[in-house]
Every structure is written in structure tokens, then in C-alpha cells.
Design a binder for this molecule. Structure first.
Ligand code: SF4
Ligand code: SF4
Length: 97
């Protein structure tokens, strides 16, 4: 059998190490993650898992950059404090259907 070993480098937290203009979200996101600052302990797990590098920990609180966030919900799913809620985008913008 002819086996090949392929080595790939995986960026911690996903595929994007830095958000760039090409990965800006636009207006199509349907759900928006919202951080409850009273529950957040600044552990950085959400930052580590976000595939869009859209989260930073500032003064021990997760801050989400909505210009790049795709609303995938991974951060909310991984948060050990249940500090992130996924809110319908239309509700977050204060719009009605
Ligand atoms: S994973 Fe949860 S508790 Fe940890 S920094 Fe993110 S929002 Fe805060
Ligand atoms: S919803 Fe997805 S893209 Fe947006 S901050 Fe959370 S993990 Fe990142």
C-alpha cells in the first residue's frame, strides 16, 4: 500500500486567524449572539471556538464584532457559563417583520 502523510496547520479556533474585509457578514445573519456581562467570566472559550475570529476578551468580558460574526451559535453552545444568547437579528435591530 502506498501511504502519504499530509501535514496541515490548523489555526486554533477555526479557519480564520484575523477577520478581513472579504469575510464581512453583510446583512444576512439571522441570529445574533448577545453576551450577558453579569454571567461572563472572561474565560475566552468562546474566542477560542469562534470560526470567524469575531470575539475578543476586553476587561474580562467577551466582546463580539458583529461586522464579522455569522451567527453560527458555536460561542453560545460552548460557553460554560451560559452567558451567550442567540437573539433573532430582526429583534436585536429593533425591527418588526
Ligand atoms: S465562553 Fe462565556 S464566560 Fe467565557 S468569555 Fe465567552 S461569554 Fe464569557
Ligand atoms: S455566533 Fe459564531 S461567528 Fe458569531 S461570534 Fe459566535 S462563534 Fe463567532
Amino acid at each position: 500500500m502506498n501511504e502519504k502523510v499530509i501535514k496541515i496547520e490548523v489555526v486554533p479556533g477555526g479557519w480564520t486567524s484575523k477577520p478581513g474585509k472579504a469575510s464581512m457578514t453583510g446583512t444576512w445573519r439571522t441570529f445574533r449572539p448577545v453576551v450577558d456581562e453579569d454571567k461572563c467570566i472572561g474565560c475566552g472559550i468562546c474566542d477560542m471556538y469562534c470560526p470567524e475570529a469575531s470575539i475578543k476578551i476586553v476587561k474580562k468580558i467577551a466582546q463580539i464584532n458583529y461586522d464579522y460574526c455569522k451567527g453560527c451559535g458555536v460561542c453560545a453552545n460552548e460557553c460554560p457559563q451560559d452567558a451567550i444568547s442567540m437573539i433573532p437579528e430582526i429583534e436585536a435591530r429593533g425591527e418588526t417583520e
